[in-house]
Ligand binder design. Structure first.
Ligand code: OGA
Ligand code: MN
Length: 303
């Protein structure tokens, strides 16, 4: 029987005694249940190749696919897996200006996975193949608590607002402007509510991401300041769990109620190779931006 222990009060948990490569229906039910309360669950000591990881993730829902992603970032993986790695084809760390570092650099900003897609990610499962000795942690913020701890007047302001997300937003901030691979996955813009209700618990959650570009219907500067303020609020140290990687960890998070980011490490000296599979969240599909109306008082009060 798997057993659960809390890593942080009312947030991240660890589950021992479960072999993801040979998961039973009862194991899947156990993890599903654990995800509802904890949003981040660490399964230590897993041995998973890519196919086994995709199979395990597929037991929780339809897998997100990265087929539209340019070959530059796909790195020869299955279309339903993403590799996070600082190594080039020669097995050596790629240089700081290598475009393949782009994906990993983008992960340094607080985000939820695939919020720039019409149907964003639900559960992401990241597996530690080779982990760093120092740095390279992954941090998670509890977006249910972020909502709960907002002042009432900010809650009133934020409820009903929506943000436009794009996969180019964080990349542009990093200085990449040449999106020569003009494909829809890279250039689409989608609108997602800022406040979501989790169907399993009825709890509200702030849906923020570094992919959020601006608030629909609000002057761009005011909307960006509001997004920055909410992100700062959500990622206060008391609201964050930091995961230090051990080889064989499978870390599962719910993108509907968390944000995450990776931490700095010496990519020139260390090897860091992780592999991700994600399920999709159809209930969090994008909305029609034309349906969003923002009352004048909110525009005044936002910034
Ligand atoms: C991801 C991600 C963070 C990390 O794979 O989605 O954001 O620590 N990774 O590598
Ligand atoms: Mn991510």
């Amino acid at each position: 029987m798997p057993s659960l222990s809390e890593l942080t009060p009312a947030f991240a948990a660890r589950v021992d005694g479960l072999d993801a490569a040979n998961a039973s229906e009862a194991d899947v039910a156990f993890i599903r249940e654990a995800m509802i309360d904890h949003c981040v669950v660490v399964l230590p000591d897993q041995v998973l190749d890519g196919d086994q990881q995709a199979r395990f993730a597929g037991l929780f829902g339809e897998l997100d696919s990265y087929s539209k992603m340019s070959g530059e970032y796909a790195r020869g993986m299955r279309k339903d897996l993403l590799q996070v790695s600082n190594l080039g084809e020669d097995g050596k760390p790629v240089g700081p200006n290598d475009r393949r570092r782009l994906l990993d650099m983008g992960n340094r900003f607080w985000h939820t996975d695939a919020s720039f897609k019409h149907v964003p990610a639900h559960l992401s499962m990241l597996y530690g193949i080779t982990v760093t000795r120092e740095g390279g942690e992954t941090q998670f913020a509890d977006m249910r608590a972020a909502w709960d701890n907002l002042d009432d007047d900010r809650k009133e302001l934020v409820e009903g607002l929506a943000a436009e997300h794009s996969s180019t937003t964080a990349r542009r901030f990093l200085g990449f402007n040449d999106f020569h691979e003009e494909n829809p996955a890279v250039t689409d813009r989608v609108t997602h509510d800022l406040v979501r209700t989790l169907p399993e618990t009825g709890r509200k959650t702030l849906y923020l991401s570094s992919h959020a570009d601006h608030i629909v219907g609000m002057p761009v500067p005011a909307g960006r300041l509001l997004l920055a303020e909410l992100t700062e609020h959500a990622t206060r140290p008391g609201n964050v769990f930091t995961h230090t990687w051990q080889q064989g960890d499978l870390v599962i998070w719910d993108n509907r109620c968390t944000m995450h980011r990776s931490c700095r490490y010496r990519a020139d000296r260390e090897t860091r190779e992780l592999r991700r599979a994600s399920t999709i969240a159809p209930e969090f599909a994008a909305m029609d931006a034309a349906q969003v109306t923002v009352p004048a008082w909110k525009i005044e009060a936002a910034a």
